[in-house]
Structures are given as structure tokens and as C-alpha cells.
Write a protein that binds this ligand. Structure first.
Ligand code: C5P
Length: 321
């Protein structure tokens, strides 16, 4: 039986390593990255429309207050995902999309990409398109560099502009204190600053350190500390100097390691477990608020699976049934 409304969710990502190579002819940078999906999710409800239009409403996690800064109907990545899928599959129907955001906006956590990935999964089912994982990955790559990873989740090596993903097998769970803050940082602005800081240097082809890959594959989260790396970190710190204070506070508070996620401004502090997270967060919180103004700290765990349908609780039915 076809259904009129489905919900999918997709996780935030962090980068255990982000190596930024030269700028390509298309303006993107060649990357070598290790993505990890963590248990902070955006949820997208897609409801069928018969007039072929796609609309979006973006609300906070509770589904109450509107969220600003996510782009209007045209620029919202969820809308782009639905429209791309419609065109690709000649779909007549449209969809009303309701996004419930728990992933902070412009945080370096790929929240917009999560919205796009959840939309692809929801609309593929809503419109009964039957696209398999490979076909969805292909659509995802056209929407944004991080969207394919939001579909596959877990831990993966990313190459190209980040859109080519290759799952990595590992067994350890990692625990993080995420220090999020607003305002966010613009990804293009951070890349541009990184380019300016490296002007005149020849960039080698980016490569993830063997040490990190070995640490990931060892399943020992503690070993990750030695391999964590982000080429965008100096640029993010130059644009938001308070981030350096938060990283220093994390180290002083006994975090196993710390780095900036993606283009920032989220700071990731690697910790041993939830009680270590609570202790580190208690010490770092006042420093983060003094250095960054609006900051929030939460514990997150990785890896978790990528975008997937979730049961449609309000209507008491399971998706696809
Ligand atoms: O692919 P996405 O739309 O997420 O990229 C956002 C921006 O981030 C790009 O417009 C570009 O400025 C920068 N970027 C880049 N190289 C990449 C990925 C992103 O320069 N590999």
C-alpha cells in the first residue's frame, strides 16, 4: 500500500582527518578525509503533494520553533535533493518537507547534507522509485560533497571533493564532547582563508596518514588521538580565535585529543567514555562561553549508520507498509 507521509533521519558527520589538496579546475579542493557519523540526527518528514511542487519548513528538534540560516526554498539542500530526484526519475508528485534539526547549522557537522540524504531516502520511498544505494549515491554526489557520506554513514574514507566514499571497517566506538557555537562559519570562507594562508606553497596530493587508518582499523578509539588532523583548522581559528582557547581548555581538562570538525566552528574533544565526557564538558563549558559567547556542549558517539527511514510513530505505521 502506498503511504502519504514518511520520515527519514540522517546523522551528523565529523572528520577524523581532513587533508586539503590543491584547488581543482572546478574550484573545489581535492580532499582525503576520514568521515565518521555520530549520533546527532536531523529528521525529515516528506508528505506527498499532487501538484508537483516541493516546499520545506525547518524547525528545531522539538518541531516547534523555526530555524534560521538554512537557506530559502531554492537553496535548502533538502529541496535540492527532492528536486534532483524528481527530475532524474520523472516524478509527477511533489512533497512537503518538514525538517527537524538537531544538527547545528553551519557547524562543520554537515547538517545540510544530512537533510539532503534523509530527503533522498524519504522521497525514494514516498514516490516508490526503488532506487538502490548506488543510484542514490550518484544523485547525492550532485547535491553536495558530504551528501554521499550522510547516506552511507559509519566510518569512511572520502576522496575526490569528498563525494567518493569507501567504507572503513572498525569495531571501536568513540565518544566525543562536541562544543558547538554560533554564529556558524561559512564553508567557502574557511576554504578561502586556508588558501590565502597557504598562498605560494605547492600543495601535494592529499593523503590520509597510515597511522590513522591503522588506528581506525585497530578498533581502539584511544589510538585515534595520534592521527586526528584537520588542514582547515588554522583557517577556522584565524576566523574565530576563541576556538584556540576551547582546544586548550579541552587539553587542560584531560581530553584525549581535540580538533575542529570540518570547516568549524564545532570543536571535537575525544574522551574515553560518557563519565569522562561529563567531567571534561564541565571544565570546558565556562571557557567556551567566555571565548565564543553562545556555546553548547553535548556528548556524541560514533560511528552510527547513515540515512534511513524511521518508523512513522504519529500514524502508528512502519514506512513502506
Ligand atoms: O560541496 P559543497 O556544496 O558542500 O561545498 C561547499 C563549498 O565548500 C564549496 O562551494 C567550496 O567553496 C568548498 N569546498 C571546496 N572543496 C571541497 C568541498 C567543498 O572548496 N572538496
Amino acid at each position: 500500500m502506498s503511504t502519504n507521509s514518511l520520515v527519514a533521519r540522517a546523522p551528523a558527520k565529523i572528520n577524523l582527518a581532513l587533508h586539503v589538496g590543491p584547488t581543482r579546475a572546478d574550484g573545489f579542493h581535492e580532499l582525503a578525509t576520514v568521515y565518521q557519523a555520530v549520533d546527532v540526527y536531523d529528521e525529515v518528514r516528506a508528505t506527498r503533494r499532487d501538484d508537483g511542487r516541493v516546499s520545506v519548513q525547518t524547525l528545531d528538534r522539538a518541531g516547534v520553533a523555526p530555524v534560521v540560516g538554512v537557506g530559502d526554498d531554492v537553496h535548502h539542500l533538502a529541496v535540492r535533493a527532492a528536486q534532483t530526484l524528481r527530475r532524474r526519475c520523472d516524478v509527477r508528485s511533489g512533497a512537503d518537507l518538514q525538517v527537524r534539526k538537531d544538527i547545528p547549522v553551519a557547524a562543520g557537522l554537515a547538517g545540510g547534507s544530512a537533510d539532503a540524504a534523509a530527503t533522498l531516502v524519504a522521497c525514494n520511498a514516498l514516490w516508490e522509485l526503488g532506487l538502490d544505494g548506488r543510484a542514490l549515491l550518484d544523485v547525492a554526489a550532485g547535491i553536495g560533497s558530504d551528501v554521499p557520506f550522510a547516506l552511507v554513514g559509519a566510518t569512511a574514507l572520502g576522496t575526490g571533493r569528498g563525494e567518493r566514499v569507501e567504507p572503513l571497517v572498525e569495531v571501536a566506538r568513540s565518544t566525543w564532547v562536541l562544543v558547538t557555537s554560533s554564529p556558524g562559519l561559512s564553508t567557502p570562507a574557511v576554504y578561502a582563508r586556508a588558501d590565502a594562508m597557504r598562498a605560494g606553497q605547492t600543495q601535494p596530493a592529499p593523503r590520509v596518514a597510515d597511522e590513522l587508518l591503522a588506528a581506525v582499523r585497530s578498533g581502539d578509539a584511544g589510538r585515534l588521538a595520534a592521527g586526528l588532523h584537520n588542514d582547515l583548522q588554522p583557517a577556522a581559528i584565524e576566523l574565530r580565535p576563541g576556538l584556540a582557547d576551547v582546544l586548550a581548555a579541552g587539553a587542560a581538562a584531560g581530553a584525549t585529543a581535540g580538533l575542529i570538525s570540518g570547516s568549524g566552528p564545532t570543536v571535537l574533544l575525544l574522551v574515553r567514555d560518557d563519565s569522562h565526557a561529563a567531567a571534561v564538558a564541565a571544565t570546558v563549558a565556562p571557557v567556551a562561553r567566555a571565548a565564543l559567547g553562545e556555546a553548547a556542549l553535548r556528548t556524541a558517539h560514533g560511528p552510527v549508520p547513515g540515512a534511513a527511514l524511521v518508523s512513522d510513530a504519529p500514524q502508528g505505521q512502519l514506512p513502506g507498509h
